[in-house]
Write a protein that binds this ligand. Structure first.
Ligand code: SAM
Length: 240
């Protein structure tokens, strides 16, 4: 997979691309990442990339001609172009799975007051990481890249991805590591007794409980099997 970032702030990506699992994924050659400075595509002697909005209003907008030049120079027929923007449905894990199948992804980072609206005709999809406004698309691009790249990592087992929050429509169950007792708080006994079926049932029930407590809306969108329905009813009764 290839990911190209178009940004005015190339240096913001240095630490992200050179740390931990993301660095390992790049070093393994699973993803080729290119970070392109949009300013290199300004024809202006002062390398201007923004201008004031028609009709007035606060702030500066990134210019469509500069953005399109930057895009076209880095695009090929298989490129799928994402524009970071608060104007989209919030990004989800299912989007990460979908986008991880693309061969060639380009992520464009806006900045300042935003971009000239005509640039939207050149993109395949707007991507928002949540219902709030950031100063620029760089953090959003990193969030999207991180969520996609870890799905490509051969080091992350398929089982671990399957049980993660959102993958099966539920939040993940709570997990514990040594010591077995800390300041009077003990790891649930069932997790230490080695009975795999009991552990499966316990984790499933805890997963349903976390989802019920923190994201009831996910349960509205999930079809529960008989075992899950029974467990959920137990949880509701226990919480009364
Ligand atoms: N004026 C715009 C508005 O009100 O919709 C906000 C522009 S914002 C200050 C500048 C840039 O940050 C945007 O062009 C976009 O690239 C990025 N950005 C801001 N919030 C974002 C979000 N929630 N998700 C993704 N990108 C975002």
């Amino acid at each position: 997979m290839k990911i190209t970032i178009l940004t005015l702030f190339v240096e913001q990506f240095n630490s992200f691309l050179n740390t931990s699992i993301i660095k390992r994924i790049i070093d393994k050659g699973l993803v080729e990442v290119k970070v392109v400075d949009i300013r290199d595509y300004s024809l202006d002697i002062h390398r201007h990339v923004d201008d004031t909005p028609y009709g007035g209003g606060a702030g500066m907008l990134m210019k469509v001609d500069v953005l399109v030049r930057a895009l076209k120079d880095n695009q090929n027929p298989s490129s799928y172009v994402l524009l970071t923007s608060p104007k989209a449905k919030p990004y989800k894990q299912e989007d990460a799975y979908r986008l991880s199948k693309k061969e060639d992804l380009i992520i464009v980072c806006g900045h300042y007051e935003g971009i000239d609206a005509r640039f939207e005709d050149y993109v395949d999809e707007n991507v928002s990481i949540g219902d709030y406004v950031l100063t620029g698309g760089e953090l959003a691009a990193m969030v999207v890249m991180d969520s996609i790249m870890r799905l490509l990592d051969e080091g992350i087992s398929a089982d671990s991805l399957k049980e993660e929050s959102y993958t099966n429509g539920l939040l993940e169950y709570p997990q514990y590591t040594r010591p077995v007792e800390f300041e009077g708080k003990e790891v649930p006994f069932v997790l230490t007794n080695g009975n795999h079926e009991e552990i499966r049932k316990y984790n499933l029930k805890m997963s349903l409980k976390e989802t019920y407590l923190y994201r009831k809306d996910l349960l509205d969108n999930k079809t529960l099997n008989d075992e899950e329905k029974k467990m959920l009813q137990e949880i509701i009764n226990e919480l009364k």
